[in-house]
Design a protein around this ligand. Structure first.
Ligand code: EPU
Length: 435
């Protein structure tokens, strides 16, 4: 198990280029199951989650060619493959649930393991199932698997929402089932996240008929078949936001290139409120931060609100603010696993239900900390950049799920960060195993 060792306190300067969006590419890969022709996906990031999705598609009989150097993924699937997405693969990554819709639409049957919860919360898939049922699928949950079948899916009108608002992967899943259904499907309360929009654009290129793209109401007129196409995924707004926040946390001057600033308006607004200077270019963002930012309140919401996937990284910035900030988590009320680790670095954070009250401190101090989820680990790295002394972030495989070579790219910005093999946990394990 690798760990990242950071010598904090260095200002960051320079430019970093953002990769393709993880949360776009994963459902887009699943869309390859909707056609017999080849789907060519460009700007595919080199991430553990992409590898997991490749394995799932292969288990479903797809042929996948992944040229990691050029970031091109070629997928060809036909109806000969099996319809089971097994637990061993699905449990490593929840996005794999979005093979359900395409399998059902194209192969008429699907057997997909229930993904289960994860450290950021319970994460049910009831809305995905509700959507499939509304389209006429027969569903049965047996032995931890969703078994679904439908000779023909039929268009319908459905409301896809929970108390937390819309669902991103749920919208993607139902959309991918509806594009090959008979008649018109209306998805009310559809997610408006840029990743859903990207999937819609891909499906339209493949021959799907979708109206209302980017709005809360998607109208899908089912077609008989879809074709293979080429598609470049959108830039990763969460990766872009993480680098912008790294610049802000380290009090530097960082420019993030090849991003889509309009996907990050809520972050830009909050950073300016905190006293950072943010320059918005056509496809770039430059941030300069004062030594101590002003405290701000943040509420995570579905897009275009402040993204839950940047909540932990924003909290890392606010730990050093000059006053008290409130962070309200409206998407995943339990997504605060990073709080205890930030405490170990000297942060003062009190949790009250789904709200964190952060009393800014003048300085953080480096400490050994443990990553336990993707965005929480990014927050720990950011706190490490700002802290005095050495921070060791263990279990960095979490961060490798969603950030390509984050250590190398931060080093290019002037950070002192290095990857070492064998974390504290691995050392403890080997000590325990020693005679
Ligand atoms: N929800 C339900 N029932 C459902 C589905 C969702 O109650 O059937 C609830 C969830 O519990 C949550 C809310 O609805 O409270 C929103 O969840 P959503 O379904 O939108 O999340 P997701 O689609 O499973 C994607 C991203 C997450 C990101 C969320 C919210 C991917 C692969 N994952 O998950 O990304 O946090 O949307 O924006 O697209 C990450 O990248 O670190 C990550 C966790």
């Amino acid at each position: 198990m690798d760990r990242l060792v950071i010598q904090g306190g260095r200002r960051l300067h320079g430019e970093v280029v953002v990769g393709g969006a993880k949360n776009s590419v994963l459902p887009i890969m699943a869309a390859a199951l909707l056609t017999d022709e080849e789907l060519v996906i460009r700007r595919v990031p080199k991430l553990r989650d992409v590898l997991s999705q490749v394995r799932i598609l292969q288990a479903l009989g797809a042929r996948v060619l992944h040229d990691e150097r050029s970031g091109v993924l070629r997928i060809r699937s036909d109806d000969e493959g099996c319809v089971t997405a097994p637990y061993e693969l699905v449990r490593t990554m929840r996005a794999s649930i979005c093979v359900l819709g395409p399998l059902l639409a194209k192969r008429k049957r699907a057997r997909v393991s229930l993904p289960g919860g994860c450290v950021i919360g319970v994460r049910p898939i009831d809305l995905h199932l509700k959507g499939m049922e509304a389209l006429g699928a027969r569903l049965d949950v047996q032995g931890g698997y969703v078994e679904a079948s439908a000779e023909r899916l039929r268009g319908t009108t459905l409301f896809l929402g929970s108390s937390a608002g819309s669902t991103v992967l749920g919208t993607a899943n139902v959309l991918m089932a509806a594009v090959l259904a008979d008649g018109v499907t209306t998805i009310e309360n559809a997610a408006q996240e840029p990743e859903v929009v990207d999937l819609c654009h891909l499906l339209v290129k493949m021959g799907a008929r979708i109206e209302g793209i980017g709005s809360h109401c998607l109208l899908v007129d089912g077609v008989d078949r879809l074709r293979g196409v080429e598609h470049e995924v959108i830039p990763d707004r969460i990766e872009a936001g993480t680098f912008v926040l790294a610049g802000a946390v380290a009090g530097g001057d960082v420019t993030v290139r090849r991003c889509q600033p309009r996907h990050l308006l809520a972050l830009i607004e909050r950073l300016r409120a905190a006293g950072c200077e943010v320059k918005v270019g056509e496809d770039s963002l430059q941030v300069k931060a004062p030594p101590r930012v002003r405290p701000v309140d943040v509420t995570t919401l579905p897009h275009p609100g402040f993204p839950t996937d940047l909540q932990a990284q924003m909290m890392a910035l606010l730990t050093k603010a000059d006053g008290i900030s409130f962070v309200h988590e409206r998407i995943y009320p339990d997504r605060f696993i990073h709080v205890a680790e930030l405490h170990r670095m000297g942060a003062r954070i009190r949790k009250e239900g789904a709200t964190a009250v952060i009393e800014g401190v003048p300085r953080l101090s480096g400490a050994p900390v443990m990553a336990s989820d993707l965005r929480g680990s990014a927050a720990l790295v950011l706190a490490g950049l700002a802290a005095e002394g050495e921070t060791e972030v263990d279990r960095v495989y979490h961060i490798d799920r969603g950030y390509e070579r984050i250590d190398e790219r931060l080093r290019l910005l002037g950070a002192r960060i290095e990857r070492r093999s064998g974390g504290a946990h691995a050392l403890a394990m080997s000590a325990a195993a020693a005679p």
